[in-house]
Design a protein around this ligand. Structure first.
Ligand code: HDE
Length: 666
């Protein structure tokens, strides 16, 4: 159990222990029977006077609150943020100057489009929202796992969300962008194209929340004690590296385990394999604001890392699961406008809209203005102001005054030494017009494409073909393909060909790459990788034990799968073959061939893992199962006894994307 931080201790006051007390009503009256309603005679009508019955049903009827209009499905975790060194030259924020006490955090990861019960592994952006409970109040970094967004101006947000959500007439499809209204919006709103490149890439199907980057997206501002500002872009970098699933795998995970990412996060924390992320900043002095060929205020643009390198400033470790999903993960309320002194906004029109929207939606979702009093939302420092009353007021304000200035309470609470807004000079006409510096919608989409490796490009093309293959209206497909012609001829030609459309007019493409955008070069480790070991009665257990020791010694998780539950060769079976699927593992070891080679399900297990690029090992008679699976080649297949080292290296590499799997029917 990690050390208890200030937030954890504060929550003690709200915790209801699961002890063995007797049942009471909400009014504290002891209940003597909760299984039979009060009735007139054993076969007679229920009597209204049964207050326990009425209360129980009423409370049940009122259990649901509206789900978030976007980001409805999420998973949360507590953590701590440890700063590396004081940043006083950049910001006066206390938590960015104090290296002695870690700052408690709560993070909520989410998908965007689907409803609360939708599957985790859909093609979508992931939310990565962090609440820092600092000594100066809450700072919320409400980010995503992509560094850009679909639109430049928040006034387009309802249009965008309406387009991606299920279509209004039949509420189909759930949690998918593969439909007409979404792509209609895209073809008419080319500012979305850079984001679309990210969405069609494997970034949109992360292997794990633990292996996903986070971005603040907008340019924010740090302000130091002398009032000097510096532009900042926030980045979270996962210590385990950034890794994704493959599309075919995703489709099968949705049925096998719709809670795939949520479960993965929960189990890692329960096991003590705490997810870690480095917080990095890209810093731009105000004097360099106009030095780029894009606008820092345009949220459809990145600052390439090659232009402004990332500076790591601290590390967040997620070390505690919530105790109650509703109380903590559902009721948490993030808001871009929750900033502390030393952190400020810019005029990014998307950020400005968000600064309105989050509070507004939470007033509805959490039923009134007192939701900051909900335990998960409370800052760890004292809250003192003249705001009063409203639904669900939990505090008893003793003061005889609730106005300022006052003399009766000695002028308290007094407004002093608080948050000072950055004194940016602004002037201009009131106009509804985008800045010309927001006009280029293609260059960074091209930069993204140029920076991808071959396999990443192939996956992007395949994603466009899947998505547009679900669009019914031909003019919409044509419209999208026309835009792709402005991004890159290779992309446009392949997509047009697959859709049976003529190649569009092609633009002169811009050269240039940003290697940091590719997922090819990642830290490699077997830690927390899940490995299926296929066994049966008669398997050589010694060989399996030796392999397991090496893998588990490095933090991998091995699960034994066999035709029946129980034990095989003295080793406990974790899952029976009929209830297991290769898509829930990072790698597979065939440890038996004699009993398993004739089984179609075992062959499929291996073949499917192969199709998805996973490392495959074989020990003992396992080679016979590999042969029965009739793989077209042996790239990433490690066979023979004593394979532990070689296999561990193969697993750490995540996937063999160069493996030719076109002919594998799995
Ligand atoms: Fe959000 N967004 N958003 N968003 N957003 C919400 O707030 C909104 C945007 C993000 O786990 C809502 O409390 C507007 C960008 C996350 O609770 C809502 C615009 C980024 C979460 C809202 C954006 C995000 C939300 C719905 C365009 C990445 C989940 C429920 C101007 C930087 C937070 C809620 C959680 C949630 C509005 C665009 C991230 C409706 C108007 C860009 C991670 O207020």
């Amino acid at each position: 159990m990690p050390d208890r931080d200030a937030k954890d201790r504060q929550l003690d006051g709200s915790r209801v222990p699961s002890d063995k007390l007797n049942m009471t009503t909400d009014q504290g009256i002891r209940v003597d029977d909760t299984d039979n309603s009060l009735r007139a005679g054993t076969r007679g009508p229920t009597i209204m006077e049964d207050f326990h019955f009425r209360e129980k049903l009423t409370r049940f009827d009122h259990e649901r609150i509206p789900e978030r209009v976007v980001h409805a499905r999420g998973a949360g975790a507590y953590g701590v943020f440890q700063l590396y060194e004081p940043l006083g030259d950049l910001t006066s924020a206390a938590f960015l100057n104090d290296t002695s006490t870690p700052t408690p955090t709560f993070v909520r990861f989410s998908t965007v489009a689907g409803s609360r019960g939708s599957a985790d592994t859909v093609r979508d952006v992931r939310g990565f929202a962090t609440k820092f409970y600092t000594t100066q109040g809450n700072f919320d970094l409400v980010g995503n796992n992509f560094p850009v967004f679909f639109i430049q101006d928040g006034i387009k947000f309802p249009d965008f969300v309406h387009a991606v959500k299920p279509e209004p007439h039949n509420e189909i499809p759930q949690a998918q962008s593969a439909h007409d209204t979404f792509w209609d919006f895209v073809q008419l709103q080319p500012e979305s194209l850079h984001m679309i490149m990210w969405l069609m890439s494997d970034r949109a199907i992360p292997r794990s929340y633990r292996m996903m980057q986070g971005f603040g997206v907008h340019t924010f501002r740090l302000v130091n004690a002398s009032g000097q500002g510096t532009f900042v872009k926030w980045h979270w970098r996962p210590v385990l590296g950034t890794y994704s699933l493959v599309w075919d795998e995703v489709l099968r995970i949705q049925g096998n385990d719709p809670d795939y990412n949520r479960r993965d996060l929960w189990e890692a924390i329960e096991r003590g394999a705490y997810p870690e992320y480095e917080l990095c900043v890209q810093l731009v002095p105000e004097s360099r604001e106009h030095d780029f060929d894009f606008d820092l205020l345009d949220a459809t643009k990145i600052i390439p890392e090659e232009l402004v390198p990332l500076r790591p400033i601290g590390r967040m470790t997620l070390n505690r699961n919530p105790q109650n999903f509703f109380a903590e993960t559902e009721q948490v309320a993030f808001h871009t406008a929750n900033v502390v002194p030393g952190i400020d906004f810019t005029n990014d029109p998307l950020l400005q809209a968000r600064n309105f929207s989050y509070l507004d939606t939470q007033l509805l979702r959490l039923a009134g203005p007192n939701f900051p009093q909900i335990p998960i939302n409370r800052p760890i420092n004292e809250v003192r102001n003249d705001q009063r009353d409203g639904f669900h007021q939990h505090l008893i304000h003793e003061s005889r005054t609730s106005y300022a200035p006052n003399s009766i309470s000695g002028g308290c609470p007094a407004a002093m030494d608080g948050y000072r807004h950055y004194q940016e000079k602004v002037e201009g006409h009131k106009i509804r017009m985008r800045s010309p510096s927001f006009e280029d919608h293609y260059s960074q989409a091209t930069l993204f494409w140029n920076s991808m490796s071959n396999w990443e490009k192939q996956h992007i093309v395949a994603a466009f073909l899947f998505e547009l293959g679900h669009v019914e209206r031909k003019p919409i497909k044509e419209g999208v393909v026309r835009h792709l012609g402005q991004i890159h001829p290779d992309l446009a030609t392949q997509v047009a060909e697959g859709l049976g459309l003529p190649a569009p007019a092609m633009a002169q493409v811009h050269a240039g790459t940003s290697p940091a955008l590719s997922m090819t070069d990642q830290p490699q480790s077997v830690a927390t990788r899940k490995i299926a070991i296929l066994m049966a009665d008669g398997t050589d257990a010694a060989e399996v034990t030796a392999l397991r020791e090496t893998l588990e010694g490095r933090g991998a998780i091995c699960e034994v799968i066999a035709p029946a539950e129980g034990t095989v060769g003295g080793i406990r079976v974790d899952r029976q073959l009929g209830a297991a699927s290769s898509v829930l593992y990072d790698a597979v070891v065939a440890a038996d061939g004699q009993a398993l080679a004739p089984l179609g399900r075992a062959q499929f297990f291996v073949k499917e893992a192969f199709k998805h690029g996973k490392a495959i090992g074989a020990v003992g008679t396992g080679r016979e199962l590999i042969e029965a699976a009739r793989l077209p080649n042996f790239v990433g297949v490690v066979m023979g006894d004593g394979i532990a080292e070689k296999f561990a290296t193969a697993v750490a590499g995540h996937r063999f994307h160069e493996r030719d799997v076109a002919a594998v029917p799995a």
